[in-house]
Design a binder for this molecule. Structure first.
Ligand code: FES
Length: 179
């Protein structure tokens, strides 16, 4: 699969804002992930060719940041932070709740393809730990009760909506990137 015209046009439109080709790499990877849901090896090669970078430079970035999916994920990607602030505020219990409810372990996707569960490092919202990122949105100050409520809401939305149309939780402070 080659880079779509939509992605190429977008990159051309913002290229002037970046001092080097390498600096354009992260916006390019975000655009690919938004379109395809993940960054395949093929996508890394395409990115390297498009930006005239060594493939290793692209691999370095994709494998460093957990925000880039190296495998396909479900319609809803649940990324639970288990770093120090979140851990001190109960993220381990939340992780067990999610594993039990979804019947998957970290890094796995439910059989129906609805949810992927991932454990991630600090999401930079330590003051409102524990934090769960649901696709592009943050859900903070979570408790087991709030998490259950959130999952019930997500289940209901998945039954009625197509794709990744997931709204925000009432107590959340969404900080994820907006389209
Ligand atoms: S430790 Fe979880 S957001 Fe920082």
């Amino acid at each position: 699969m080659a880079l779509s015209d939509q992605i190429k046009n977008k990159m051309e439109a913002i290229r002037y804002q970046f001092p080097t080709e390498q600096a354009l790499l992260i916006p390019l990877l975000h655009a690919i992930q938004k379109e395809r849901g993940w960054i395949s090896k093929e996508a890394m090669v395409e990115s390297a060719e498009f930006l005239h970078l060594p493939l290793a430079k692209v691999q370095e970035v994709v494998t460093f940041y957990t925000m880039f999916n190296q495998e396909p994920v479900g319609k809803v990607h649940l990324q639970l932070c288990t770093n120090i602030s979140c851990w001190l505020n109960g993220s381990e219990k939340l992780l067990h709740c999610l594993e039990k409810r979804l019947n998957v372990g970290c890094g796995e996707t439910t059989k129906d393809g609805n949810y992927t569960l991932s454990e991630v490092e600090c999401l930079c919202a330590c003051g409102t730990a524990p934090v769960l990122q649901v696709n592009d949105e943050y859900y903070e100050n979570l408790s087991e009760v709030k998490l259950t409520q959130l999952m019930d809401e997500l289940d209901a939305k998945l039954k009625t909506s197509e794709g990744n149309v997931i709204g925000k939780y009432v107590d959340s402070y969404p900080r994820g990137p907006k389209a």
